[in-house]
Ligand binder design. Structure first.
Ligand SMILES: [Zn+2]
Length: 313
């Protein structure tokens, strides 16, 4: 069974992980606590931007890697949030891993690294793939049905970065870098637009049908949009345009657009008068926009009996 936890339930759990001990002289920090805290911030920011978000864990528990990967079925993206460990304690910086051959994942992974570095002042190590015996080395990348990225914000094994990771401010900067990259790529990048409809036909000259009133687009789930409008007196049918391209030349009083890519789409509906098989009048467009939300799985690395990397300073 998947345990995907809603944000409200998660917020109630904030502060109860108890996996960090800090004193004035020094401290100990566990990767599993930093990843959970960063994941809450990323999820909160994505939700505020209209992204459909779920987490693979919302408290200090162990979740199998295969279950984390499987949580991305039907989603657009899985982001597994980590901080790094190395046997060489001098290694510092930010890196990310993406799936072999996944160009979109590679671009997004590099943008995440770049934006974390800008927000948190960390060194850019880069975005990489890593090959194992069966394809991707990391199980969460290999087994995820969706595009998946592993983010390694900073090195817990380095005393300086461990101390910075013990502060909420530094963890928030890392999370903001991740959220900025995702929001820019998923939400703010516009859907390419076509040329749009030509001027309405007008026979006799000057006679144009009124544009449909009350055009509304309602997301119906599963990459579908329901369009509705009020009937125009005198129209025989309607044209539906999406993102500047004609997608349905002859529909009745409503339309369901299926198989949509995620993103913000622009719809235009025109009334048409057909006489003996010839279009003689069209209306100007009624216009509306609606979002097919991205679905993103945020995966806080480690948890429960698996603390991840442990840092001391
Ligand atoms: Zn880790």
């Amino acid at each position: 069974m998947r345990r995907l936890v809603g944000l409200l339930a998660i917020l109630a759990l904030l502060g109860v992980t108890g996996a960090t001990r800090v004193s004035a002289a020094g401290g100990t920090i566990y990767e599993k606590a930093t990843t959970l805290d960063e994941s809450f911030v990323v999820a909160e920011r994505l939700r505020a931007a209209g992204v459909d978000v779920a987490l693979t864990r919302g408290d200090d528990r162990y979740v199998e890697l295969s279950r984390r990967a499987a949580a991305s079925r039907g989603a657009d993206l899985l982001v597994s949030i980590h901080n790094n460990g190395s046997t060489s304690r001098s290694v510092v910086g930010t890196e990310a891993y993406y799936q072999i051959g996944n160009r979109f994942g590679g671009q997004l992974a590099y943008d995440i690294v770049r934006r974390i570095s800008a927000k948190a002042g960390t060194v850019v190590r880069g975005a990489f793939t890593r090959r194992g015996d069966n394809g991707d080395y990391y199980a969460v990348l290999r087994e995820s049905p969706a595009t998946a990225i592993i983010v390694e914000g900073a090195f817990i094994s380095n005393a300086g970065e461990a101390r910075r990771l013990s502060t909420a401010d530094f963890r928030r900067r890392i999370a903001d870098g991740i959220a900025d990259a995702l929001i820019n790529r998923l939400v703010l990048t516009p859907v390419p637009q076509g040329a749009g409809p030509p001027a309405p036909k007008s026979t006799p000259v000057g006679a144009v049908l009124p544009a449909p009133d009350g055009l509304a687009a309602a997301f119906a789930g599963n990459h579908a949009m329901n369009l509705s409008w009020r009937a125009v007196t005198g129209a025989t049918h309607y044209e539906v345009w999406r993102d500047g391209r004609l997608i349905a030349p002859n529909v009745g009083s409503g339309f369901t657009d299926r198989g949509l890519a995620t993103g913000r789409h622009r719809y235009e509906v025109r009334a048409v008068l057909d006489v003996a098989g010839a279009v003689v009048q069209q209306s100007n467009s009624a216009i509306t926009e609606a979002l097919v939300p991205w679905r993103v799985i945020v995966d806080p690395g480690h948890g429960g009996r698996d603390p991840g990397a442990v840092g001391r300073w």
